[in-house]
Design a protein around this ligand. Sequence first.
Ligand SMILES: Nc1ncnc2c1ncn2[C@@H]1O[C@H](COP(=O)(O)OP(=O)(O)OP(=O)(O)O)[C@@H](O)[C@H]1O
Length: 269
Amino acid sequence: MASRDEIRGAGGAPRILLDNVSVSYATQRGRLLVVDRVSLAVDRAEFVVLVGPSGCGKSTILRAIAGLNAAESGIISVDGKKVDGPPEHIGFMFQRDTLLPWLTVRGNIEVGLELAGVPSAQRTTRIADLLTLLRLSEFHDAYPAQLSGGMRHRVSLGRMLAYQPAVMLMDEPFGALDFQTKAVMGRELLRIWETERRSILFVTHDIEEAVALADRVLVFSPRPARIVAEHRIDLARPRNLQQLRTDPAFTAYTSAIWETLGDGEPVSA
Ligand SMILES: Nc1ncnc2c1ncn2[C@@H]1O[C@H](COP(=O)(O)OP(=O)(O)OP(=O)(O)O)[C@@H](O)[C@H]1O
């Protein structure tokens, strides 16, 4: 059985902790409250998915954890350390890939390693492992413009995985992809997560994707974001995404989430 430290991280703190966090933006029409007293904890190796109406504040929550937005009140910590700027060991993946067009697949992945200060001898091995993991070995010297959308997303994922972040914040990373590529990427991500086991906070609008990937799905209200429901997804792993879709338990989870999303009212005032 995993020890408490393996589950909770060093010192017993959850990987990510939000305690009563509110975030607002200053706008021309005054202060806009976007996140309203949200508390959540994500354990080491836990895959948590956030769903909620468009514009409710999901990206703002990820950005606050990444230290890109300050919390107006409450506390955010990663591995027990209060976040007051971009924390170490955090990887961010956006909906649009942000690859550097003048670098090859290898070069784009290597950027992550250089940023992490990994010595060049170790870089070579790590890149080779990642290229294999992401099934990109054949394309190591291709440029982003020569790749399909799904391949570019795999490279983005590789760049993030390269510096082995303990926490991966993924903001609709596959939202712009067609249905089939999205399914392939979901499968790849699960395969990698099952090998590398990081904490993942993943935002999506796709409820089936949420259930297929998550240990837990958190449902948010319309802005200001508050947690209206939490669904623990007790589906066995490793998951076969194709078989899952015909599993009655899978359908029951998606219906339950749709129901709580439809409601959209915060649980408590
Ligand atoms: N820098 C900013 N300044 C002012 N308002 C902002 C800023 N960033 C986001 N907002 C507003 O905050 C609200 C929440 O935005 P956010 O991007 O967090 O929502 P979201 O749930 O991720 O949306 P979506 O699902 O559509 O991506 C929106 O009303 C948005 O207009």
